[in-house]
Design a protein. Structure first.
Length: 517
């Protein structure tokens, strides 16, 4: 049985000045990279970064001359060729998955030896697109054609395909499919030199809910983009993140990153480039004023925005923050300029942060929670014993047991569960729903899965349930693991003693267990 998913690819032959111009011809050779890690680079003569003395200039960490790192020959990485040639030629996904990439150690971009084969891939994908109607299929085919076009230097066509692929992927509501399409589009933007847009898209795609393997490859591509911009410290942070996620389980990725670190070591004889950006900076988000306590008065304010005057101050969320003055037990709501939006006369003795325009408040410290908006209008009545912030229009509420309510006050999941906490294959647990709208419910001693509409996808009959991007891992009372598909139907029998064995089996079933980005 094959599980429909996606495929990922490598990149073309670039030139920093003009990505569309074919690179100088280089004869690739088989090489064994030196074992070099971030710590080795530091020991090669680095100095602590020092800010620039010119306030108008972006601070750049410096580096003193150190050991000379030899220039590497191009690195050839050949994917497993366990598919017959004729079959590979007829299946564009398999062609890309088994293509022998050449990794240029100077540009950190992929090169192709046989462009004719990639043109065949584009023709086959175009043929398939003529009959493809479902969003999932069109997203996969268009994003694969974007990969092939990028490798051939057809960056305008690749951009159009990548943008269309993301739209179709988002229409499916599937996190993994959307992340793959976003990463492929980001790679096209990266090769076009539109680094700001590429970096934003890489950051958006790299969700903590994705499998570690996919996240590692997105980190690697983010690192290569930072490298091309001269942001060497930021590049190293991404490369380190990729290595941490895979923990040596991906020799090809380790080999490429070792080559990249060698190149950075040669480039950073005098300086490291700008300091690394935060994720919020990359995404263009403005950092909200931070709460800060004045040591002299003991009162709280917000750095650069609101002077110390509060006995308590919560962090800003959704552009607003709850504060409490020394003379009052009730919370007030202010905006980032310190303007009062809700005063203490409302009598809120407890208040949770705003999320998606709503906040849970209570006039009773022991419970009785209901939701209001910023204008202090009652939106969700109920007097719940406990409630969690809204996420994608849904919030967890407790009244006897835990359930789910939407922002209009409609109960989506009846409050009858001991807990709603979702374990992920890589990461978690998270309270409530994943970004795809799935949540694991605890019915006492057995677990199941509900979706954002309240439909029970997996009955609560399993000893444990873990959400995978394309399946559900389940175990029985004997500790044996198997998997269900996203419809809750059996996919892999419960015969494995370890989760890792089930994950390997799922990868084997996927048509794109390791997509080419």
């Amino acid at each position: 049985m094959w599980v429909e998913a996606e495929v990922v690819t490598a990149a073309p032959e670039p030139t920093p000045a003009d990505p569309t111009k074919p690179p100088a011809e280089t004869k690739p050779t088989e090489t064994k990279p030196a074992d070099i890690k971030p710590a080795d680079i530091e020991s090669a003569g680095t100095t602590a970064p020092k800010p620039s003395t010119d306030p108008g200039e972006e601070a750049k960490p410096s580096r003193t001359p150190g050991a000379i790192v030899p220039v590497r020959a191009p690195l050839r990485q050949r994917k497993p060729q366990d598919v017959e040639v004729q079959s590979r030629r007829s299946d564009p996904e398999l062609v890309l998955a088994t293509y022998p990439w050449v990794f240029d150690p100077e540009t950190l971009r992929e090169q192709v030896d046989e462009s004719d084969q990639l043109w065949v891939v584009i023709d086959r994908l175009t043929d398939k697109l003529e009959y493809a109607e479902r969003d999932a299929v069109r997203a996969r085919l268009l994003s694969l054609r974007a990969v092939a076009g990028r490798l051939l230097g057809e960056l305008d066509d690749a951009l159009a395909d990548g943008q269309a692929a993301v739209q179709h992927a988002q229409a499916t509501g599937e996190l993994r499919r959307t992340a793959i399409a976003q990463a492929r589009l980001a790679h096209v933007l990266h090769w076009r030199g539109d680094y700001a847009a590429a970096d934003r898209l890489y950051a958006e795609a790299n969700s903590p809910e994705l499998p570690g393997r996919l996240r590692a490859e997105i980190h690697e591509l983010s690192g290569r983009s930072a490298f091309e911009q001269g942001r060497y410290l930021e590049a190293m942070n991404h490369f380190e993140g990729a290595l941490d996620l895979r923990k040596g389980a991906d020799p090809d990725l380790v080999e490429r990153i070792e080559v990249a670190l060698d190149t950075i070591a040669r480039r950073t004889v005098s300086e490291w480039g700008p300091y690394p950006r935060t994720r919020d900076e990359i995404l263009g988000r403005t950092e909200a004023p931070r709460p800060l306590r004045d040591e002299r008065s003991g009162l709280w304010g917000y750095v650069g925005a609101v002077p110390p005057q509060f006995a308590q101050a919560q962090p800003f969320a959704d552009g607003v923050a709850w504060v409490r003055r020394p003379e009052s037990p009730a919370w007030e709501l202010i905006d980032e300029n310190g303007e009062m939006l809700i005063d203490a006369s409302s009598g809120y003795l407890a208040a949770e942060r705003f999320a998606e325009g709503l906040a849970w408040v209570s006039r009773d410290e022991g419970g009785g929670w209901y939701a209001i908006d910023r204008k202090n209008r009652l939106i969700v009545p109920g007097g719940f014993e406990d409630a969690k912030p809204f996420h994608h229009g849904l919030a967890l509420i407790r009244r006897g047991g835990w359930g789910v309510i939407d922002r209009h006050g409609r109960v989506v999941v009846q409050p009858r569960y001991r807990a709603i906490v979702t374990n992920l294959v890589d990461g978690g647990p998270i309270e409530g729903f994943t970004d795809e709208g799935l949540a694991v419910v605890d019915a006492g001693d057995r677990y199941g899965v509900v979706d954002r509409t309240g439909q029970l996808i997996v009955a609560p009959v399993h000893a444990e349930v873990v959400v995978h991007p394309v399946a559900f891992l389940v175990s029985d009372q004997y500790g044996l693991w198997g998997a269900l598909d996203r419809n809750g139907e059996p996919l892999i029998e419960l015969t494995f003693k370890e989760q890792s064995a089930v994950l390997e089996e799922i990868d084997r079933l996927l048509t794109d267990g390791r997509p080419v980005l």
